[in-house]
Design a protein around this ligand. Sequence first.
Ligand SMILES: [Zn+2]
Length: 117
Amino acid sequence: MFFKSAKINEFRLWGLVFTLVGMGIMILGTAGIILWGQVGKIFAGIFMVFGMISLLISVAVYFWAGMMSTSATMLQCPECGRQTKMLGKTDRCMFCRTMLTLDPNQATEHPAENAQA
Ligand SMILES: [Zn+2]
């Protein structure tokens, strides 16, 4: 993953990025009509298609994040004590970004089992 944050937060971030990019492309396409008139309409059409693709990707990313968060493990972060979700065996806390793991072999410390809610 690209950012040092919880995977669920990262998926939401990518969803937001694709939404903004899609809207930005569509706005640029519309601006093309104002700037270039008739020729701009062709550009606007192409930009609209790309914008729509980007928005569809963002919907897919949001949907995927939603699907993943239903299978996420709920637990209390041992570092900040807040309820967080993690995906897979290792993930970061959504609040303090501490690395969390369910794999005892990867754990650096072995706190009491009550870390797992
Ligand atoms: Zn935490």
